[in-house]
Ligand binder design. Sequence first.
Ligand code: AMP
Ligand code: MN
Ligand code: MN
Length: 339
Amino acid sequence: MMNPHSCDDAHLAATYEQTPPPDLLALLEEQDDFLLLGHVNPDGDAVGSVLALAHMLRDMGRTVAAAFPSPPPRWWTDMPGADLVQDNPRQAPVVIALDCDGAGRLAGLQPLHAAAQYSVEIDHHSSTDRTSDILYVDPAAGATGILVFRIIEALGRPLTSAIATCIYWAVATDTGFFRFANTSTEVLEICARCAACGADPHSIAHTNVGIRPLPHLILKGRALVGLESYLDGRVLASAIGPEDFVAAGADRTHVEEIIDDIRLAENVDIYVLFKAIDLDNRWEVSLRSSVVNCAQVARDFGGGGHAEAAGFTFDGPLEKGRTRLLDALSKALPDHHHG
Ligand code: AMP
Ligand code: MN
Ligand code: MN
């Protein structure tokens, strides 16, 4: 009897919203020197989609390097392909930005992308500010890792254990381990296929959500203790500043997912976390909501993201930025009576 979950299955039952553009597939087949870049403060999707595509290209015999504008959290060395990542990458003729809501998210690596002979963006954010020669953007996709999976399928390349692990990692983390609104049939089918091909759901979940560095837990505790309600309880917000990072022994990599615990609070429409690591008074903001369009609000403040999860940065003081944001949120909230 045929195993329905065999790694050799040629096709998934799900039909894709969008197949990769032919010019991208041709570029991947024809070029032989690639640099793959993920966004600043890289998350599981950024690292997983970059490394999955890097594995595919290396398996095809191509020269390939990967880089990130700032270091990913410690877990990333558990992902296959750490040897593909370089601290000071050199210019390559083809430079591909993955999981970037516009090339600005490449921060210090943006010049390499801008100077490429062929610049490419592969992404599932909704930004319309795209500067690349070749675009593969599908905001309906649950993760950038999904787009890389579609590329591998379209090229008929094998889903090796290393690639399957990177894609599962990317998709599982971006969907909050299959809890968030972007968890689709396609997400579940692709992850099932990756599990059949060597991804280990238990160990990936354990690494990402089953165990946390102590500084992360202490920092999260400080963020939760500081939660305050605004706009008649419709907004829940907290702030962690330089003193919190020092007290927790934490760095920027320990911030991820604190907002996911804040968004557990019931009867709240919008969740906000303000973060400032250094004494330079530069604040990063995480926004979460299924009631207002976070990406639109964040974009008005020069940031970006998705409808349900977005972010931006501002120069302090905190109180001034918080007042401005609350003002924007009160206008964005439906049925909110002003004055
Ligand atoms: P975070 O709150 O940092 O987990 O980010 C949530 C989403 O918003 C992710 O898709 C980020 O890429 C995006 N995002 C966060 N901060 C910014 C920013 N300053 N500019 C553009 N996009 C951002
Ligand atoms: Mn990301
Ligand atoms: Mn993503």
